[in-house]
Design a protein around this ligand. Sequence first.
Ligand code: GAR
Length: 200
Amino acid sequence: MTAPARPQRVAILISGSGSNMAALVAAMTGDHPARPVLVVSNVPGAGGLARAAAAGVPVATVDHRAYPDRAAFEAGLEAALAPAAPDLICLAGFMRILSPGFVDRHAGRILNIHPSLLPKYPGLHTHARALAAGDTVAGATVHVVTADLDAGPILGQARVPILPGDTAAALAARVLAAEHRLYPAVLRRVAGGDWSRVDL
Ligand code: GAR
């Protein structure tokens, strides 16, 4: 493992409230080997934009609905990202699928957090699916983004119990709290040049 000589520049892509983004930004101080350089939302007015701005992080909006297709949207995303020159791109509740072309241009440098213990439950409605299956454990996964949805190499997982009487909303809140511990822990390790797996 070789630690990078300078703090790693991290861009964070969001679509919503940005609680994971806020956890990442809060962690990137002091001796943390990364710094937030930009938060981009594809949703205008997403709650996370105000949170990022309040934390002093530059923000941008690239509204996917303003573009005719995915390629044009991603060109807009690249144009927003380029001046920030990120070393790493963290997806944090970013609800657009990135094309293989975009992923290739940033190969091995895009991370995502997903609210299930992958490879279980890629895609949407993870908590309802875990409850319907009768699982007793749920959790979250941080992985490297590849062209295959939610299937890239796993960098870390956090497990939480499923409790009797859980609803999808109750389980989602418990998993989200675990996400806020997991994602900063993985980012600290990766930005320091250590890609070994984190288990919480
Ligand atoms: C998080 O639970 C995250 O794991 C999930 O969306 C939520 C975003 O919350 N991401 C996905 O489902 C990605 N497919 P946040 O905006 O408060 O961080």
